[in-house]
Design a protein around this ligand. Sequence first.
Ligand SMILES: [Zn+2]
Length: 151
Amino acid sequence: MKPHQLICLICGHLNRFAAQGSSGWPDCWACNASLVSDAVAGIDEAIHNAAILHDSLPLIVGYWTPGSRSSRHTAAEFARTAKDLRDAARFAHLDPDSFPGITGIVQPAALPLIVLYARGIEVARSSCIPISTPNLGVYPARDSRSICVNG
Ligand SMILES: [Zn+2]
């Protein structure tokens, strides 16, 4: 089995470990947070960029600015999907207004935006989940729930 490496979405440290064991996912060696959970992690720009580069699990990042009706709807559905897809992918949220540098990297045409990253590259982007991907199928695969905001 290939070893995993995951950036801690709480403190940003790189964790390397053997494949997921019977006891589940390990905690971060630096801060003891769960490396894989069913929660959406609020991340900053540094953790965002490191996780995209290093993670061996797919990372699904939602970009929106809190406060609007559409962002509240997206956040709620995003959180539900994160619980459904625990162990298959990690979910994170970043507010582009708080980290303006991210706009140059991600170049969102509109918000909310959801991007699936895997193996260091962007695989798919959409304003909604499920997002269909050429290499990984459709996320989520076993659930047709849609969090499309605009239809
Ligand atoms: Zn940590």
